[in-house]
Every structure is written in C-alpha cells, then in structure tokens.
Design a protein. Sequence first.
Length: 661
Amino acid sequence: MIAFRNFALRRGERLLLSNVDLALHAGWRVGVVGRNGTGKSSLFAAIEGGLEADAGDLDLPGKARIASVAQETPALDAPALDFVLAGDAAVHAALTAEREATAREDWDAVAEAHHRLEELGGYDAESRAAKLLYGLGFAPDTHARKVREFSGGWRVRLNLARALMTPSDLLLLDEPTNHLDLDAVLWLEQWLLKYAGTLLVISHDREFLDGICTHTLHLHEGRARLYTGNYTAFERQRAEQLRQQQIAFEKEQAERAHLQAFIDRFKAKASKAKQAQSRMKRLAKLAGTEPVRAERALRIEFPAPSKLPHALLRLVDADCGYRASPSPSEGHPTQPSPSGGGQGGGGVHVSAQHHPLPNPPLEGEGVNVVLRDVSFMLEAGDRIALLGPNGAGKSTLVKSLVGELPLLAGERGAHPDLRIGYFAQHTVESLKQGATPIDHLTEIAPGVPTQALRDFLGKWNFPGDRAFESVDGFSGGERARLALALIAWKQPNVLLLDEPTNHLDLDMREALAEALADFEGAIVLVSHDRHLIGLVCDTFWRVADGLAQPFDGDLDAYAAWLRNRDSSGDGGRARAAAPAAPAPAPKADKPARKPNPHKLARAEAKVAELEAQIKALDAALADPPTHRDPARATELARQRDALATELAAAEAEWLALMDAA
C-alpha cells in the first residue's frame, strides 16, 4: 500500500500538491490524470525518492520493488535483447556468469550459475525479453542490433521493454503509449491487465486508461482526489460532484443573502438584537462552499478550404517504398531521415510515370518495396484511418500520398487545386530553435499584418505575449499545437496526419477531434489514439502484408483480427476480407468498353457470397467461447485464410471485367 498523509510537494517556488491524504492498495491499476503542470510526473519522482516532500509523509512498503521507464538511453554497444534482459538484474548476472564460465571451461562455476538460474526461474528469461520486444514492435531480426543503432523513438520503446522486464511490485509508467503505434498499444494494454503488482500510469489516451485502470487519481489545483473506476467512470463521477458542488454553493448563497438581509434590517433594533447576533453567528459558520469555476474549454479550428474539388488525390497501381535505407517510422529502427515538415503544397495534375521494378527487386538494387499495387482514391469529405501492424507501411503510404516519397511504380494523380496539410511524425522536431510562433507564421505568410497573425495564433491558444515566446521553452504539446496551427493557416483541403497526438494532453486531443470532425476537406489519419479515430474517421484501410486495402469493420474488429493474426502463427499471411480498392478511372487515351453484364453479375455474386462467408467466420472468431478453444480458433483462422485467398481471386476477376478496355 502507498499512503499519503498531509502530503505536499513543490517544484522550485511552485506548490504543486498540498494536503493530500489517500491510500493506494496493492494490485490497483491507477490512472493519474490532470492538466499539464499539475504535478503528475513530480508525484512519480517523489514515489521513486528523487523528490522530497515539502510537507507530510509518503509511506511505501519497505521492500517494495519499483520499476519505471528511464528518460534517457545511452548509446550502448549491447544488443537490444541483452539491454532488455538486463532489466532483470539478477537473472542477467546469472546468465552472464554462465557464459563467462563456459568460455573459460570452469564447469563448477557453470553448475553454480545453473543453480542460480533455477532459483530465479530465469531459464525462460531470454524468451520473455524477446516477447516484450516483439510485442512493442521490434522484428525478430532486430533483437541482436546494437542499442546505439536505434533512433530516439525506438530507444524509448527499448526502455519501456526493459521496465516491463524488471521484477517489480510497483510499476510507474509516464506516457507509455507516446511512441507506440496502435498495435503496440493494444499489446501493452493486454500485458498490463496481467501485471500482478500495483500500476500507476500517466496517459492522455482515454481508451487506454479505460481499458486498464481500476482507479483514477485526479490532480487539480493543488489537490489529489481518488475515484473508483476507469477514466470514463471518473468523468461521470466528477461531473456529478461538480453539479452537487454548484447546487450546494447556490443554496448556501441563498441562505447567506437571507441571513444578511435579516441582520441588515434588525441589527440596530434592541428588540431584535439577539436574533440578529444569532444570525451573524450562523453566517460566520457557513461552510464557504466554492463555486464551480468552469475551466476554459480549448477550441481550435481548421479554416474552410479556399477550394474543395471533389476528386483530390489518387494512387493507381502504385508500388510504394524506398530506393535507399528504409525510414524508421516504418518499423526499421534506424536514425530518421529528414521529414517533410508540416506543410504540403498543391500537387501537379498527374505525377511522372515510374517504370515498374522487377518483382521482387533484385538483390543489391538498394530498393525496398513496402507496398505493392496500391490503388487509393481520396475525395472531398473522406475520413480514412490507416490501420496496420508496426512496420507494415502506413507512414510509407502517407509519404507517397504527400509526394514526399516518389513512387517506385505506378501513378500519382492530384487535382491542380490540391492543397495538402501534412503532419509527419517528426514535424514537431522541425520547428526552428530560438524562433517564436510569430516568426514561424511570418515565414509562411509574409506581408500579413502582425495583428492578423496574433489573432490567428490566439485561436490556437497562443494569446498575447505567448506569440512572441521562443519555442525552445515550449512543451511537446505546445510545439505540436503550433505545428498544427501552421498547417491550418494554409487552408488545406486534405489533411494527412501521421500520429498527431503524441505530445497532446487530453483537452487538446478533444479539441483536435472536434476540429477534425468539423473540417470540410478530406482526412487520412494514422494514430494510436482509438478515441480520436472513433470520433473522426468513418472509413478504415488495413495496411498489412505488403497490401493496402479497405477494411470492412470497426476498431474492435481490427483488434480481433490482430489477435487472430498473432495466435494463428501464419507469419502474417492473412489478407483483408473487404473489397479491394475501387478501380481507377480509365485513361483518357484508352476509352472504356462496357463489360459483359452476365459475367459481371456472376462475378459480383461470387464476391458477395465469399464476403458473407468471411463475415460469418469473423463473427465466430470474435465470439468469446472461441478464444477458449485454441484448436477451433486455429481451424477457423485457416478457413478464413483460404476464403480470403479465394476472395482476392474473385475480386481480381470482377475488377478485370469492370476495368476491361
């Protein structure tokens, strides 16, 4: 149990928490929430002993083992697997002793190391470390790579894996989902549900908090209040608490007014002096209930596009990938290549043709085809979320749509009035050091009066002098908000957003969701925030196994598909059950011919029949009893895979008839 008694905490001159009295019991999974700056991370530092209480006591069990995620990762030569394994220091020491004793052929020392491993239950330690790495998105062939070869975001994942590997009674996780994709978030959620110790987690992902938390600790205005239940339950309880507080305040104010009126009327009359004195005492004893102060709701907006054509952007039979080293954003943990920043301009009508590459590319060509035969149409009003396993090619597809990444084959077509707003995973880091929000906006809007720029920035919560502060002192969330503001200024008609919420708090995420819901143009979104996806997107594409296809299902269906994919052991060969992308429009120099109506009807019926069968299998796979019967789940997965292959062939025949020329 963790007990706070009259606990107070300062950071410098600022009092973060005061008069905290509460207890957290063993086995609880507690979500720590509150606006930025309320002291969440400082509370974790105090629990770990890195920050002393300003007043009161913080009691922890004497032998409690605490694990947390390190903020920095040194550039080590150790392999990733060994780095994670070192989280269990005792097991790692025994394994190291065994290797060294074997190398010098000291068999007594080898036997002693084996005995120690047996005591620690460490024989499966390497397997557990490998599973942690795989669950967090590291492909097996990267487990032996040196830590120093990984980029910053991937080192954060390594630190998280090491913390999960550490034997602990108390696990402290500060924004663990920030550098994860959706698949890794879903995996982490399941891992934490099985964690036997006490968990404290800071997160701005409400779906993640809803999925794992048994309690919620809310920090607000120097106080900490504990609620039973997940984040949604906390919101309901807090709303009711505030309603009751306002009712009590209004009732008290009415009583105050009544007592004061009597006192003012009769305090000078001798006959009523006792009654007036009595009411003065009652007035002094009233509780002094505070009114509910409405927190300023953060609201942002993307201006309406200046032009909004219907057909905006398309890829036709496109092969997407890289001619040099792959980008780390696609699951290849290397140093990042320069990103394209936060803005995209208008596109040409049709991009240059690219000659198809050999299939597969020849060894030594320096070519990595991530996605093949992509046909993707983006129209005004589309709201598309890209789903897919880590490294499958979601960011590659976004970069290909932007035009930042030239196609390896196929065609990119864009309307002359296309105006792209592009938020890349590294956009926040691309802001200029030492520059202010006004400087950044002036650079893309030369000649615009300063007052107009200040008014615009004020709408994005950079009011007054904040517009003239250096971004060097901004938090990650403030930098992300500025990057989004710079995109909004351009009045894009297409938003391509790759993990825009990584640095945003809950309030800003809600504001972004509302702004995107009101946006009149088209949106393509890659995000691990299921709440944002659910509020914004109505169409899903699954990017997996070298393909990008429409996905006929919701986020729950995707999570079920992902669990089945991981448990079926098919090596990622499962294919999408939904129809393939619409056939591209016929080229101008090759007029279309009307397909045979009888063949077309038979092909459509075949596709519909196979889709119905696959839908029935999906329902069976999602049924809880199936999860308890691994043999049945495996057989259903095998049947589904066979039907998916058959469906792909049927769709190819149908598309060939539709696209006949």
